[in-house]
Design a protein around this ligand. Sequence first.
Ligand code: IPE
Ligand code: IPE
Ligand code: MG
Length: 258
Amino acid sequence: MSAFSALSGKDFAMFFKKKKPSAIDMENLPKHIGVIMDGNGRWAKKRGLPRSAGHKAGADSLKKIVTACNKMGIRYITVYAFSTENWSRPKEEVDYLMNLLLGYLRDAENTLAGENVVIRAIGSRAELSEEIQEQIIKTEAFTANNTGIVMNIALNYGAREELTTAVRGIADDVQKGEITVGDISPELISSRLYTGGQPDPDLLIRTSGEIRLSNFMLWQLAYSEMYFTDKLWPDFTVRDLEDAIIEYQRRNRRFGGV
Ligand code: IPE
Ligand code: IPE
Ligand code: MG
């Protein structure tokens, strides 16, 4: 009798299943995680609720994930909250999102700030209401001296707008004679992006099953590991985050080498 014949079908399958690590290697954490928080609308629709309820649930999800990343010791997280293309949504939804973001930034002074999180907004601010612009300045100043995770909230963010702004700034410096054309390097371009001075994301997570970047961090994601999950953002838990990090740690990053 072979050793396997005593195993039930289920045990047999377990025996051959490649063992997946169930714990995170704390020595190999991603320094920076990018998150495309997608699927709020579908989450609400599934429950017969208005899209706004999905956004509200998404904001709660975000608080949990940032807190968990901070506790784990991850240094940077960039979350896509509102894209330069999201203005094309119905006015009612845009207004709701802007109000939610305003409340989130305000509330962060009591919650995330207490968790030692540094909050920064990235994206083009000029199109945002004065109230939000002022709140961004306040929240950033309030959390600037914290020493925990840096949370970049991408708000009216689009990678093409970011790169266009960077190119304009560099061209302006050349025109003024402050730098020469020969000074323009990948490092200089990186330093002119909203994330200047920060490491590129090691890991990008997108929820809701969409396999695209939707104008998010096109330059910075050049060598990031991509993790796509069908989970909708409001359903994305700390356990799901851990699974994404474990999967990241199983990847073999070569950066063009062998
Ligand atoms: C992501 O959820 C949040 C924002 C884009 C502001 P969606 O609102 O895109 O939700 P779906 O993709 O319609 O389900
Ligand atoms: C990307 O999601 C933007 C945010 C998550 C803020 P979208 O839902 O706007 O992207 P598309 O339209 O599916 O590409
Ligand atoms: Mg979406």
